[in-house]
Design a protein around this ligand. Sequence first.
Ligand code: ADP
Length: 232
Amino acid sequence: MNSELLKKNEELEQFTYIASHDLQEPLRKLSAFSGLLKKDVGKDLNSRAEKDLEYIIDASQRMQALIQDLLSLSRAGRMALASERIDLNELIQEVKVSFKEEIEQSGTDFKTVDCPAVHADPVLLKQVFQNLIHNAFKFNNKEKPIIEISCTKKNDQTIFGVKDNGIGIKPEYMEQIFIPFKRLHGRYEYPGTGIGLSICKKIVEQHDGQIWVESKIDEYSHFKFTLNAKEN
Ligand code: ADP
């Protein structure tokens, strides 16, 4: 039963990869040629036709972003897992530097603690922190945003945390947000494609860990995850 399931899962992964990979080519054409059409005849179009063309361009760009994300999701599950000793403090500093602009613009108080070294896949682990921290910036309207990274030891296991003081998540959505493309807001309110957390979940589960969120609406979201990775 288990091996049947594994096989089915692999087939599904393969299908997602091929489908998203092959969809990219015609979409690129659609996007490029609608852009050219705008350049060639844009000035001669009446305002309704101009708007219609804008919709086509916008939709094809969004579809490209979705397909890119679908590919990233399927890649996250297909890549062989590396296991290296990672200085987590260094990794978190690197991620922090990549958000320098966001920190400065929003005046975020970005707090970190001393974290242990772990054995895990460095590229994938970095992506988990990057996605969670990106969301912590995005879903926060507070005047004084706070992001706190934590590593807490519990029963021989380290729980890694990314906490914000943002908009929070209602209890009924706390599991659903990890499903691909599940979003709780319109794209005009908060941009995004709804794939970041499902990539985090996939990566964490590849490391035999778990990911979940604790939250209070309008107060905070605290994403936590474990890795079944050796420390030191
Ligand atoms: P995206 O950010 O592209 O929408 P994600 O998969 O990263 O996709 O997140 C899925 C949804 O979970 C988001 O659209 C949002 O509704 C909710 N969410 C994620 N992170 C947070 C957070 N830190 N605070 C509040 N809501 C969040």
